[in-house]
Design a protein around this ligand. Structure first.
Ligand code: PLP
Length: 394
């Protein structure tokens, strides 16, 4: 019989994971590789959160929970949304899932019929188009340029809306761009979405990581209508350094949340119980560790950004959030004889022993992504190696 369903044969493998696997293999064979590929904070989960998890297990809280998450965790999320964003939700408008990634997966399975279109600004997070396709939908990519700070405009969005458009994905602060949309930009986008009646999926996973005078604004806060049509996606992975715990949530339309919860009841049963107790502490406890990590990413950015800019042929828009740099390396490639960013990233790994992610997987053919969620010492050594690599081939 035929081995694979067509739904998986059209999947593109994650470029991020491919490079990370290769780097790991090289490391294991004794090569001193610096990995700037990872999309996670380099800190351990804060102590009080670990303690809460441990306590819950000792108390025997090791069984199934309701499919959409523990009521106490929903309340903690509701408290967080009220405190940080001034947004009011009820328990029926919240679902807890197994990381923001699987919440998004469940969302697309819930709202997309075959051929429904979802607008995705590029450069985008690799999983958006694949998840849309897995749900039978059609990703409609809108290109944002470096000149426009990697942000799309309301006009660009309006131009691609059709009768099939179901939703727009917004990711601010963005991965891989690090860009943050302003209130004015979001207002214009919200107006288009209202006029054309489409859902706004607002992926706010990097909400806590904004630097300098930049403020994170959720599009849901801009009007009554914007709140109704926005589905907020967030979680503890990046804010509380909890990537491995796999806790994310959606806040928004009650009917969608209810259908997603039904779907989860047949696919996951519930998010990991221990992780849910940890996440309650993450949201209800002290937020000092969140601020400490933010400050540390901010000072690493200030140190490393000028050094990256100084590499010949690298042109980088200074990010305002998240923990990625996205230099346009087209000029460097031209002078060093590389045809595309995949070949450039491969050579950087093999010859300079620095792992970066080629932008091709993000819908950004001229860029590479570097994560600065690693120590200053390693960052500076990585920049030195990249600089030497480029100069030696120039
Ligand atoms: N959204 C974006 C933009 C991300 O970069 C990531 C993680 O890399 C996620 C969602 C998923 O986060 P989680 O660990 O909660 O699944």
């Amino acid at each position: 019989a035929k081995q694979l369903a067509s739904r998986v044969t059209t999947l593109s493998p994650s470029t991020t994971l491919a490079i990370t696997a290769k780097a790991k293999e090289m490391k294991e064979s004794g090569i001193d590789v610096i990995g700037l590929g990872a999309g996670e904070p380099d800190y351990n989960t804060p102590e009080p959160i670990l303690d809460a998890a441990w306590r819950s297990m000792k108390e025997g809280k090791t069984k199934y929970t309701p499919s959409g998450g523990l009521p106490a965790l929903k309340d903690a999320v509701i408290g967080k949304l009220e405190r940080d964003q001034g947004l009011t939700y009820t328990r029926t408008e919240i679902m807890i899932g197994i990381g923001a990634k699987h919440v998004l997966y469940t969302l697309f399975q819930t709202i997309l019929d075959p051929m429904d279109e979802v607008i995705i600004p590029a450069p985008y997070w690799v999983s958006y188009p694949e998840q849309v396709k897995l749900a039978g939908g059609v990703p409609v990519v809108v290109q944002a340029t470096a000149e426009a700070e990697f942000k799309v405009t309301a006009n660009q969005i309006e131009e691609v809306i059709t009768s099939k458009t179901k939703a727009l994905i917004l990711n601010s602060p963005g991965n891989p761009t690090g860009m943050v949309y302003t209130e004015e930009e979001l207002k214009a986008i919200a107006e288009v979405c209202e006029a054309r009646d489409i859902w706004i999926i607002s992926d706010e996973i990097y909400e806590k990581l904004v630097y300098g005078t930049t403020k994170h604004i959720s599009i849901a806060t801009l009007s009554e209508d914007a709140k109704k049509r926005t589905l907020i996606i967030n979680g503890v992975s990046k804010s509380h350094s909890m990537t491995g715990w796999r806790i994310g949530y959606i806040a928004g339309d009650e009917a969608i949340v209810k259908a997603m919860t039904n779907l989860a009841s047949h696919s996951t049963s519930n998010p990991v119980t221990t992780s849910q107790y940890a996440a309650i502490e993450a949201y209800n406890g002290s937020q000092d560790a969140v601020e400490m990590m933010r400050n540390s990413f901010s000072s690493r950015l200030e140190r490393i950004y000028p050094q990256i800019q100084a590499i010949p042929g690298f042109h980088t828009v200074k990010p305002q959030g998240a923990f990625y740099l996205l230099p346009d390396v087209s000029e460097a490639m031209k002078h060093t004889g590389f045809q595309n960013v995949d070949a450039f990233a491969k050579a950087l790994l093999e010859e300079a022993n620095v792992a970066v992610i080629p932008g091709s997987g993000f819908g950004s053919e001229e860029t590479i992504r570097l994560s600065y969620a690693t120590s200053i010492e390693l960052l500076e050594e990585a920049v030195r190696r990249i600089d030497q690599f480029v100069k030696s081939k120039w």
